[in-house]
Design a protein around this ligand. Structure first.
Ligand SMILES: CCCCC/C=C\C/C=C\C/C=C\C/C=C\CCCC(=O)SCCNC(=O)CCNC(=O)[C@H](O)C(C)(C)COP(=O)(O)OP(=O)(O)OC[C@H]1O[C@@H](n2cnc3c(N)ncnc32)[C@H](O)[C@@H]1OP(=O)(O)O
Length: 198
C-alpha cells in the first residue's frame, strides 16, 4: 500500500463507468468464490490482481467522503463487498429493497452464510436511520433471528420499520423474506453520536 492521496479529479464519482466497474468486480468476486483454477490460471490471475491493486493503491483516498465506494444513489453506495440491494420504497416509516445473494455469500448447502445477514441488516437499517431517523448514528446493538435457510441466487425482499425514536435513540426492525416466508428478522438500536464523539 502506497498511502498516496489522490485528488478529487482522480476519483470517478459519477457516470456509469464506476457502476459497471463495481458490477464487474462483484461478478469476478462471485466467480472466484465458485471456481477451482488450476496452478497456471492461479498464477496468471495473481499477477493480474497484483497489478490492479497497485494501480488502485496509487489513487488511494484517506477518508470515506473522498472515496468512490461511498456514493449515495448507488446500490450499497458503490461499496464492492457490502450486500447490494435495489431500493423499492422509502418513506418516513418504511424502507424496502430487492436483493439476491450470490456465491460470494454462500455458507453451506445453498444457504447464505450466517455472518452475511447481519452485515445486510446493519447496513440496510443504518441507511434507513441515516435517511429517516437520526443521521450520524451508530449501531448500539443488532439482534438477528435466523428463521429459515436464506437461499442464494433467489429474489428476496428486505424491509425495515422505524419503531421508536426517543432522544438519541432510534429503534428499528427488519425482515428478510423469500416470497411469503420470513427467513431472518432483526431488531436494532442506533444511537446518535454526540458532538465530537468518534
Ligand atoms: C437510498 C435511501 C437512503 C439514502 C440515505 C442517504 C444518505 C446516507 C448516507 C450515508 C449513510 C451511511 C451509513 C449508513 C450505513 C451503515 C451504518 C452502519 C452503522 C455501524 O455499523 S456503526 C459501527 C458499529 N457500532 C459501533 O462501533 C458502536 C460502538 N459503541 C459506541 O460507540 C458507543 O457504545 C455508543 C455510541 C453506541 C453509545 O455510547 P455513548 O457513550 O454515546 O452512550 P451511552 O453508553 O451513555 O448510552 C446512552 C444511552 O443508550 C443506552 N445504550 C447504549 N448502548 C446500548 C446497548 N447496546 N443496548 C441498549 N441500550 C444501550 C444506554 O443505556 C443509555 O441509555 P439511557 O440514556 O436511557 O441511560
Amino acid at each position: 500500500m502506497t498511502g498516496q492521496v489522490g485528488t478529487d479529479a482522480a476519483v470517478s464519482k459519477g457516470g456509469i463507468e464506476f457502476e459497471t466497474l463495481i458490477a464487474e468486480f462483484r461478478r469476478m468476486h462471485a466467480a472466484l468464490c465458485a471456481s477451482a483454477p488450476d496452478q497456471e490460471l492461479t498464477a496468471a490471475l495473481r499477477t493480474e490482481f497484483r497489478s490492479l491493486a497497485d494501480r488502485l493503491e496509487s489513487v488511494r483516498q484517506p477518508v470515506e467522503a473522498n472515496r468512490a465506494s461511498w456514493r449515495t444513489g448507488m446500490s450499497s453506495r458503490g461499496h464492492p463487498t457490502l450486500v447490494p440491494f435495489d431500493v423499492e420504497h422509502l418513506d418516513q416509516r418504511v424502507f424496502c429493497a430487492r436483493l439476491e445473494f450470490s456465491d460470494v455469500h454462500l455458507g453451506g448447502n445453498g444457504a447464505v452464510h450466517g455472518g452475511t445477514i447481519p452485515l445486510l441488516f446493519d447496513d440496510f437499517l443504518g441507511m434507513f436511520v441515516s435517511a429517516k431517523g437520526q443521521p450520524h448514528s451508530r449501531t448500539a446493538f443488532l439482534k438477528v433471528n435466523y428463521r429459515r435457510i436464506t437461499p442464494i441466487y433467489t429474489p428476496l425482499l428486505v424491509e425495515a420499520t422505524i419503531d421508536r425514536i426517543d432522544g438519541r435513540k432510534t429503534w428499528v426492525s427488519g425482515r428478510l423474506s423469500h416470497g411469503s416466508e420470513v427467513t431472518a428478522d432483526a431488531e436494532a438500536l442506533f444511537l446518535r453520536l454526540l458532538p465530537g464523539q468518534p
